[in-house]
Design a protein around this ligand. Structure first.
Ligand SMILES: *Cc1c(COP(=O)(O)O)cnc(C)c1O
Ligand code: SF4
Length: 335
């Protein structure tokens, strides 16, 4: 094990931060000096996916700006209520890819574990907002069964911890899960799909860093940032600590109308990611989930954006534009 040399300064208890996340539209607007300036969808219409925003994320929003790109990702606009043709509750065929309860396998060699339904933030465009997590949560009594499935299939070399957000589990549960996975001889890589370094940086505790260093698996973390403003100094610090812990860092972004659908916004994001040593990986076209149509960017516009980006940035700072298509053997690369 490599000695832990970095200390993360954000010592505030992350579970406390999570419990204090804003869960009410009026309160969010008031904190930003925007009371009465945006209308939210009725509470009873969003019951399954209520508003949730940690204060550490709100801090990064611009005060008094109704068009702030971070605010727009989490504010439940009236548009969510509209039913639009072509937008479904399970747009990416997750139900069809269930290998065993809590395990999705769509692609060769990689199994994705739905570790928890919980997230620290509720992104309004989220494609998993309608997924029945409570029925497919491997840590809710199905963990041994999940391990047995992974042990029995030697073609699986990479396990992806996903959710919800796997880092919303506590260190004890994560430690146990990672040490169990560590014992499966045919596994090479552990991948973690998480938005927490960006939306709740205090979650990256020393004990989590230790746990990630205590495995012989190669650890890859795919963070999820959609806008350069999300990566403030605090996020930069924890990303640095993760790199010091030998974690390879990649980023995935969802292309979102009014938030990052410009060459400038995407270029600034790539530049910022490079400053903090995170490799841009995927730029996803929106999965067509019911309630998220107002975020959709047409494919043709997306292709033009990527082509313009390619002309102005080094190739390694241009993410791959992809769409998830049901039944395909990989993500579909558009450009
Ligand atoms: C996106 C995804 C993966 C990972 O795909 P990569 O192209 O390797 O990043 C794996 N499993 C599922 C179910 C996915 O949706
Ligand atoms: S963090 Fe990811 S899984 Fe959670 S709500 Fe946002 S997009 Fe969905």
């Amino acid at each position: 094990m490599i000695p832990q040399t970095t200390t993360v300064k954000t010592k505030q208890n992350w579970q406390h931060s999570l419990a204090n996340a804003v869960n009410n539209a009026d309160q969010l607007l008031a904190l930003l000096g925007l009371s009465g300036q945006l209308s939210a969808i009725d509470k009873d219409k969003i019951r399954q996916f209520p508003i949730r925003v940690p204060l550490s994320y709100i801090k990064k929003m611009r005060y008094g700006d109704v068009n702030d790109p971070l605010l727009r990702q989490v504010f439940p606009l009236l548009d969510e209520a509209y039913e639009i043709d072509g937008f479904y509750s399970d747009p990416v065929g997750d139900h069809l890819a269930v290998k065993s309860p809590g395990i999705l396998q769509k692609y060769q060699g990689r199994a994705l574990l739905l570790m928890t339904g919980a997230c620290a933030i509720h992104c309004r465009y989220c494609f998993r907002r309608h997924f029945p997590y409570s029925e497919s949560n491997p840590l809710a009594g199905q963990w041994q069964q999940s391990l047995d499935v992974l042990k029995a299939d030697t073609s699986i070399t990479e396990v992806i911890l996903s959710g919800g957000d796997p880092l919303s589990l506590n260190d004890e549960k994560l430690n146990k899960a990672i040490s169990d996975l560590n014992k499966i001889p045919h596994l090479k890589r552990l991948r973690i799909h998480t938005r927490l370094p960006v939306v709740l940086p205090e979650r990256i505790t020393d004990s989590l860093l230790d746990c990630l260093q205590n495995t012989h698996l190669k650890v890859v973390m795919v963070i999820h940032a959609n806008h350069a403003n999300e990566i403030d100094e605090e996020a930069a610090q924890v990303l640095y600590a993760l790199r010091q812990a030998d974690v390879q860092l990649l980023n995935q972004t969802v292309l979102l109308k009014g938030i990052n659908d410009s060459v400038e916004a995407l270029g600034d994001l790539s530049e910022r990611l490079n400053e903090v040593d995170v490799q841009p990986y995927y730029l996803h076209l929106l999965d067509k989930v019911a309630g998220a149509h107002h975020f959709d960017v047409e494919e043709e516009i997306a292709v033009n954006l990527i082509e313009a980006l390619r002309k102005q940035l080094p190739g390694y700072l241009v993410p791959r534009l992809v769409r998830e298509q049901q039944g395909e053997a990989s993500k579909t690369v558009i450009s």
